[in-house]
Design a protein around this ligand. Sequence first.
Ligand SMILES: [Mg+2]
Length: 274
Amino acid sequence: MTLSSSRDKLRELRHVALDMDGTIYRGGQLFDTTRPFLKLLDHLAIGYTFVTNNCSHAREEYVARLARFGIEVVLEQIVTSADATITYLAKLGSEIGSIYVIGTPALKAALAGAGFQIATGKTEPGLVVVGFDTALLYDDLCRACFWIGRGKRFVATHPDTFCPTDRPTVLVDCGAICACITASTGCEPEVVVGKPDPRILAPVLERHGLVGEQVAVVGDRLYTDIELARRAGAFGVKVLTGDRHGEDDPEAPKPDLIVPGLAEFGEAIAASRA
Ligand SMILES: [Mg+2]
C-alpha cells in the first residue's frame, strides 16, 4: 500500500479495535504510549473497543483492570473470544444440550449467563468448548478428550498457542490445549472462534453502524490481529511491542501499516487529518 492510499484510509477511520496483550500492555505493565493514544482518539472523536482472544477473564474484570491503569471504559468497549463463542453457539440452536467446558470460572460464567447449561462431572454433554484454562486439570482434559473422541462437537474459543507475559514462564493457551486434544483423539475443532475469525468484530460494527473499511484493527500478532483485519476488510496495524513471531515469514498476513507502537500510529492518524 502506498503512503497516500494509507493516508486516505486513515482519514476515513471512525473506530479502532485494539488488541490488549502485547499492544496496550504486556502482562501487568501498561505501555507509556497507551493513555496518550486513547486521549488522541477521544480528541478526534474516533471510538475504540478492546478486542481480545483472552477469554480467561470476564469483561467486567477487563473494565476493572483498565480502570486501575486510569483508563475508563464501559462494558460494551470490551469484546473477548467468549462473546464470539456465545454468538457462534447461539446460532447452533437449543438442541446442542449441555456444554463441557475447559476454561476458567469466568468463561463458564459467561456461557451460563448467556443461557447455556454447563455440564459437570460425568453428565453427557452435547458439545465441548475449549478455552484458555489457566488452572487446567489433567482429569478435565482427559474427560474433554473422552467426549470429543465419542463424537461430541469440539469448539475452540481462539487459536493462540501462548499468551504473552512479563513473568519468567510460558502461558500455554487455548491453541496448544486444543493441539493436545487433537493429538490424543485425532479430532480437530469444528471451529476456532476468536481472531482472526471476523465474527469477533461483528458486535463492534453492529453497535456503531460501521463497515470494516471504517475500522482499524491494531495488534501485535500477524496471524490473528492482522489476519482479522484482512478478513474483515479493515485497516490492519501491526505494533512491534508484543509477539514478533512471523515477521520474517513472507507468507504471513500483510499489515497495512507497521509501527513501533501506539504513539507512531497516533501520529499517522493525526497526519492524515492535518
Ligand atoms: Mg496481542
